[in-house]
Ligand binder design. Structure first.
Ligand SMILES: [Zn+2]
Ligand SMILES: [Zn+2]
Length: 301
């Protein structure tokens, strides 16, 4: 089952030097989840050949513009392109009011249902579930109410051994993949373990932007396979990071290490950094398996 994320924006605050504000596209089993939607997200989707029409779920972390100023444009384009299937949006409660006022004064009645689910930033809770994954919030410490999101695959199915199952009617595949033994009309019993191999372990992806270093949210992200964490500043600007409720690259590395993360992705870089190698090296000094979440890169989760 596909579980990967493509980075559409890595910049904090403003678009600069070919870096766009925050947005990521998660593909889980060919269903598409947009995480934040900074200005220019539509252009980024086009640039990387990703189809906006395939997005069915949008998660907005907070109401600073660099995380949602692209949303009204994206929703409007989908409307103009004739979308009819619903769009589910998860985000801070006032976001609905913001969208509605923009639709009101442009005299737009969307052709498709917009289903809005307000997200509270008071405690971590599950906000979404379908057959592939569940989504939980992470309560972050930022200047305004902000949540991160954990995308957690559900228990996966055992895998059929193709050479052995070719002669078995497909109607039995589902049961075998679920680990159930099957009785054929002839009375023959097919044991699941003879025809399948164990399922891969379910994986999880945590998205944390924006926040200052705060142990209170560590419990929620502990043990996640991949963590995206903001790293707006180098550690020499720790005071500035604390003041603006952001994290340094060194702190992001420490957070990954403390919480038993397998792989760390850093992003949301301040426009003051023309190149990013220093930020990467600083995070790696605390946690080696770190990568830059920059535009156009896709990471298997
Ligand atoms: Zn931001
Ligand atoms: Zn912010």
């Amino acid at each position: 089952m596909k579980f990967e994320v493509t980075i559409l924006g890595s910049s904090s605050a403003t678009p600069v030097f070919n870096r766009n504000p925050s947005a990521q596209l998660l593909n889980c089993n060919e269903k598409f989840y947009l995480i934040d939607c900074g200005e220019g997200t539509q252009q980024q989707l086009t640039k990387y050949n990703l189809k906006a029409a395939r997005i069915d779920y949008i998660f907005i972390s907070h109401l600073h513009g660099d995380h949602y100023f692209g949303l009204i444009g994206l929703l409007s384009s989908l409307h103009l392109n004739g979308r009819v299937k619903p769009m589910q949006i998860f985000g801070p409660k006032p976001l609905l009011e913001i969208l509605e006022i923009q639709f009101k004064y442009s005299d737009t009645t969307l052709r498709y249902p917009l289903e809005f689910f307000p997200v509270e930033a008071d405690e971590s809770r599950q906000i979404f579930e379908n057959q592939d994954l569940i989504v939980k919030t992470v309560v972050l410490n930022h200047r305004i109410p902000t949540t991160g999101f954990i995308f957690q695959q559900k228990n996966r199915q055992r895998k059929l051994i193709k050479e052995k199952t070719d002669d078995i009617p497909m109607v039995y595949y589902t049961a075998l993949k679920k680990g159930m033994d099957v009785e054929l009309p002839t009375g023959e019993i097919l044991k699941s373990e003879d025809y399948t191999t164990p399922a891969d372990l379910p994986r999880s992806y945590a998205y944390c932007s924006d926040t200052k270093f705060d142990e209170r949210y560590f419990e929620t992200i502990k043990g996640c396979d991949t963590l995206y964490h903001e790293a707006t500043f180098m550690h020499d600007l720790l005071d500035r990071a604390n003041e603006t409720h952001h994290t340094t690259a060194l702190q992001a590395g420490e957070i990954a290490k403390i919480n038993g993360i397998r792989k760390l992705l850093i992003g949301h870089f301040s426009s003051r950094y023309k190149t990013l190698q220093m930020l990467l090296e600083e995070a790696q000094s605390a946690f080696d398996n770190t990568d830059l979440a920059v535009e156009g890169r896709t990471f298997q989760l």
